[in-house]
Design a protein around this ligand. Structure first.
Ligand SMILES: Nc1ncnc2c1ncn2[C@@H]1O[C@H](COP(=O)(O)OP(=O)(O)OP(=O)(O)O)[C@@H](O)[C@H]1O
Length: 364
């Protein structure tokens, strides 16, 4: 979006900068499509007019809550507003009815507690500070008022905060649609909806370079409500799991959490599945990373099992699932050697045979 018309000598502008992405400055002179700028870090730089943008001098020092209020909706203007707000611990900003969330990379419990949900309940969109609960509330109320399904799309690059944002959306919808009427074996439907996350994350998330808890699949979460607005059911559809991660990983990444959780399980499970430290398994030891900061695999194993209980998986079903998880690890340790006949191969040694037999046992 070139704005040469509004730029003249003395104008405050943004120009591109190798390190800062954008830097502000004052126009010293203009020669055709070349603009000479004195930057705020004391340099004199020549910029093309097509990549020189007018700086909004009227913007409040705390930025604006809705970017449609910016005089210039160009990249440096948008980024400056988001950075200003982030500096004041405001991670959410609107652009009309779109919510932009900046990853704070720290827990902000006060932002998501019960009192916060109460505040946003029924408040008009835009009345309170931008928040993911406001989006969830607007979607919920539109559904109730219009009697039609509604959806919220969460997008961003890896590590941007989609998974966390989705959890907050679900938490708010569970809060709005919660009720004790639909209790199934001591578990409310909304509890089941929320507990589906740890189960999905155990089997579909992994540590990557960019995110210690990266979802390696896409998901469509459907929460069903009755005509009183109470949650009546839920369904999750998953897409395109990164399957290659099961047998191939590189440092400093990990495979899917479930493998490490199971290897850190209680002794009886380790014995039952004939497991050991992750470093003993080829599918895990291609990377030197076995541990993730602030993730206790032993505790996560118990939490995953508890979440599986809540969503209604029986003990037999859980065992069948973990048997497959263990079998995959053993299968990865089945090595082959060249056989006597051409193009033939044999099980390499006793160790490989042990893993092959264990795999067969586990898969029954
Ligand atoms: N609102 C938030 N509050 C606190 N921490 C957050 C928030 N959003 C994200 N984070 C932190 O950033 C990490 C990465 O976020 P998240 O897993 O949601 O990203 P993502 O967009 O789902 O990434 P991927 O596409 O790799 O799955 C989280 O594990 C968490 O530590």
């Amino acid at each position: 979006m070139a704005t040469p018309v509004t730029i003249s000598v003395g104008s405050q502008v943004w120009i591109e900068d190798q390190e800062e992405a954008w830097i502000d400055g004052e126009v010293l002179s203009i020669d055709g499509d070349k603009v000479r700028v004195q930057t705020s870090n004391g340099k004199e730089v020549v910029s093309m007019s097509s990549s020189t943008f007018a700086k909004d001098m009227e913007i409040p020092s705390a930025g604006v809550e809705d970017m449609t209020k910016l005089s210039y909706l160009h990249e440096p203007g948008v980024l400056q507003n988001l950075a200003t707000r982030f500096g004041l611990n405001e991670i959410y900003t609107y652009t009309g009815n779109i919510l932009i969330a900046i990853n704070p990379f720290q827990r902000l419990p006060h932002l998501y507690d019960q009192s916060m949900m109460e505040q946003y309940k029924g408040a008009d969109f835009g009345e309170l500070s931008p928040h993911v609960f406001a989006v969830a509330d607007a979607a919920y109320r539109a559904m109730m008022n219009e009697g039609k399904s509604n959806s919220v799309l969460v997008s961003g690059e890896s590590g941007a905060g989609k998974t966390e944002t989705t959890k907050m959306l679900m938490r708010y919808l569970a809060y709005m649609g919660g009720g004790k009427s639909d209790v199934e074996g001591g578990r409310t439907v909304e509890q089941q909806v929320l507990e589906s996350n740890p189960v999905l994350e155990a089997f579909g998330n992994a540590k990557t370079v960019r995110n210690n808890n990266s979802s390696r699949f896409g998901k469509f979460v459907q929460i069903q409500f009755d005509n009183k607005g109470k949650i009546s059911g839920a369904a999750v559809k998953t897409y395109l799991l990164e399957r290659s991660r099961v047998c191939q990983i590189t440092s400093p990444e990990r495979s899917y959490h479930a493998f490490y959780f199971l290897c850190a399980g209680p002794d009886e499970d380790i014995k039952r599945y004939k497991l050991g430290h992750p470093s003993e398994f080829h599918y895990l030891n291609q990377s030197t990373c076995f541990q993730v900061d602030r993730m206790d695999d032993a505790q996560e194993y118990l939490d995953t099992k508890r979440a599986m209980d809540v969503v209604g998986m029986t003990e037999e079903e859980q065992e069948a699932i973990f048997r497959v998880v263990a079998a995959i690890l053993h299968l990865g340790n089945v090595d082959f050697a060249k056989g006597k006949e051409t193009d033939s191969s044999i099980i390499k040694d006793e160790k490989a045979r042990f893993h092959l037999e264990t795999t067969a046992e586990l898969l029954m």
